[in-house]
Write a protein that binds this ligand. Structure first.
Ligand code: GDP
Ligand code: MG
Length: 387
């Protein structure tokens, strides 16, 4: 029988962000190694994090790896993403659901373009708390590291992040077992414990979980995975699949997290929900599981839309009526059209009717991203749903 998940510490969702090659994946592996020595994690080697081999074998690219670990006071799910585009997509759609993040900056290279973009992105999607891992400190000139810290402090303050702890670490040396640098990773984790607060979870709200992945487990049926956005779910309860014209309810026959069974999955948990009598092709990424009747799918909505400036990575030219970008909502993306009376320029905020190519679960307050040709060109919030 599977082990049960013991909920004896608050659970938080964090992750590494930062410029490519600054050492995010190495640090993620190092954290699991350092904590594994204390029986607080399963060591997850670099190759396993960077390639998500299980998903790759199944032909599913989710481009997001979760590792799990505990400190003295918290239980963490930690995400590491392979490339910059994955950060943009997963963060802006809320698929990553970060309560806080470790910003990894190489002390040897300093602030780079993706460092800036990820800080901006974190601010835009409401990641309130950051801790800096000034990585590769093993080979860095300490005076150069001082300058990098100064520049970083300015960048963070510009985006409203004040008093961000900065810890000089070496993910690589810690991974190799070097005692000095192992201690640096322990210091980093203490700062994460102290500086990133436990968020308010809407556990009493009706259950809602965006579908991230759907798998068949031989002999057990169909499993739907995702981060529970609000509410809770237990074995025996009925859930509805909403979005993409689904018409399906099912009884939950199991709830798990990281391979351990749970009495009840709660808002903030990364859960695997087993559904009775459902075939794998009946549920898809981009739909949501919800309390029956609590969510509805729509194609038309009124939204407040902000068009990113060119400096923020947005467009160089205005958009006008008939503009058809891609809309990223929770775990899905669908094409859609923005109904504009007059052209809107980068940097502008407009209210407009949006018509999506497919019906997805929508409600006022839901935020989304607008992308075009691999670039994030806007962010939006649903003001009201039409039909
Ligand atoms: P990511 O793209 O941010 O995930 O970076 P990786 O973890 O893949 O690391 C990129 C390169 O930097 C690899 O060759 C690592 O071995 C190296 N690296 C990572 N951390 C450190 C460190 O603390 N010190 C040194 N010297 N090299 C590191
Ligand atoms: Mg990486």
């Amino acid at each position: 029988a599977k082990q049960a998940y013991v909920r004896n510490k608050p659970h938080l969702n964090i992750g590494t962000m930062g410029h490519v090659d600054h050492g995010k994946t190495t640090l993620t592996a190092a954290i699991t190694r350092v904590l594994a020595e204390r029986g607080r994690a399963t060591y997850t080697p670099f190759e396993k994090i960077d390639r998500t081999p299980e998903e790759a074998r199944r032909g599913i690219t989710i481009n997001i790896s979760h590792v799990e670990y505990e400190t003295d006071t918290r239980h963490y799910a930690h995400v590491d993403m392979p490339g910059h585009a994955d950060y943009v997509k997963n963060m802006i759609t809320g698929a990553a659901q970060l309560d806080g993040a470790i910003l990894v900056v190489s002390a040897q290279d300093g602030v780079m373009p993706q460092t800036r973009e990820h800080v901006l992105l974190a601010r835009r999607v409401g990641v309130e708390h950051l801790v800096v891992a000034l990585n590769k400190a093993d080979g860095a000139d300490p005076e150069l590291a001082d300058l990098v810290e100064l520049e970083l402090g300015e960048l963070l303050a510009e985006h409203g992040y004040h008093d961000v702890p900065m810890v000089r670490v070496s993910g690589l040396r810690a991974l190799e077992g070097d005692p000095e640098w192992t201690a640096s990773v322990e210091t980093l984790l203490r700062q994460v414990d102290d500086h990133i607060p436990v968020p308010v979870r809407y556990v009493d709200a009706p259950f809602l979980m965006p579908v991230e992945n759907v798998l068949t487990v031989t002999g057990r049926g169909t499993v739907v995975t995702g981060a529970i956005e609000r509410g809770s779910v237990k074995v025996g309860e009925t859930v509805e699949v909403v979005g993409f014209d689904a018409d399906l309810t099912a009884v939950v026959t199991g709830v798990e997290t990281f391979g351990r069974t749970m009495d009840r999955g709660e808002a903030g948990d990364n859960a695997a929900v087993l559904l009775r009598g459902v075939r794998r092709e009946q549920v898809r990424r981009g739909q949501v599981l919800a309390v029956p009747g609590s969510q509805s799918a729509h194609r038309r909505l009124v939204a407040r839309i902000y068009l990113l400036t060119t400096a923020e990575g947005g467009r160089h030219s205005p958009v006008s009526g008939g503009y058809r970008p891609q809309f990223y909502l929770r775990t899905t993306d669908v094409p859609g059209q923005i109904d504009l009376d007059a052209p809107a320029a980068p940097g502008q905020t407009v209210e407009a009717v949006v018509e999506l190519g497919r019906a997805v679960a929508l409600e006022p307050g839901l935020s989304f991203a607008i992308r075009e040709g691999g670039l994030t060109v806007g962010t939006g919030t649903v003001l009201s749903v039409l039909d």
